[in-house]
Design a protein around this ligand. Structure first.
Ligand code: DX5
Ligand code: ZN
Length: 219
């Protein structure tokens, strides 16, 4: 199983964006957390910064939209150069229509589930997506603790993907570190978002490699 590491730049040093991106040039994706202070109680950044990130790295950008009304806003992130656009199931009025629109624009489409949202209602539409994101914290902030009780949901999602032979990547986001990544990998995740674990490490580049190795060995 190929493992992907997606460092979240939510808490990086934006005064030195190009340097921060250079530190994670070995990552598989740059995870870009968009928050609107409505869907989550925090405000981050949007399309203009995404354009700057895309300009300053050759690593594909994975936009995670924690926003209301992704039906209206998500296509702008594909347009601005995100390789992958993930929106929340809880916020989306027409997930199938939006996934098709994003894919038509050339982006990968992802669907994200908050901790209290089950995967079962979405199993039948997973084939319309390139990625499913199982949140391992309540979305809104970096630096929170990994919720281990999400592992059965990760396992159920992995079972559904394998049962139907789907080409869907399984991402986990929140509290992923050296201490937790193996648990998530054993449960069936293949794409790991890590914010504080990477950017608080002394050597972010080495941390990306370490996390990838730990996940690969646990898969
Ligand atoms: C949380 C965001 C995460 C966050 C991860 O709502 O979606 O991507 O930045 O940060 P850590 O790895 O510190 O939990
Ligand atoms: Zn995220």
């Amino acid at each position: 199983m190929s493992v992907q590491i997606s460092p979240s730049i939510l808490n990086c040093d934006f005064g030195h964006l190009a340097d921060e991106l250079e530190k994670i040039s070995n990552a598989d994706y740059v995870h870009f957390d968009v928050m609107d202070n409505h869907f989550v109680p925090n405000l981050s950044f949007g399309v203009p910064l995404l354009e700057k990130v895309v300009e300053n790295t050759s690593v594909p950008v994975d936009a995670h939209l924690m926003i209301e009304d992704p039906d209206t806003w998500a296509p702008q992130y594909a347009e601005a150069g995100a390789a992958s656009v993930t929106f929340h199931a809880e916020a989306c009025k027409a997930p199938l229509r939006l996934a098709r629109e994003l894919r038509k624009m050339g982006a990968r489409a992802g669907i994200a589930l908050k901790p209290a949202t089950d995967i079962i209602p979405y199993v039948d539409i997973l084939n319309e997506f390139d990625m499913v994101l199982i949140m391992t914290v309540e979305p809104g902030f970096g630096g929170q603790s990994f919720i281990e009780s999400m592992m059965p949901k990760v396992e159920r999602t992995r079972e559904a993907i394998d049962k139907y032979g789907l080409d869907v990547s399984l991402q986990v986001d929140g509290g992923i570190s050296r201490a937790t990544i193996e648990k998530a990998a054993r449960a069936g995740a293949t794409n790991f978002v890590a914010g504080s674990a990477v950017f608080r490490a002394e050597d972010a580049y080495a941390e990306v490699d370490t996390l990838r190795k730990l996940a690969q060995e646990a898969c």
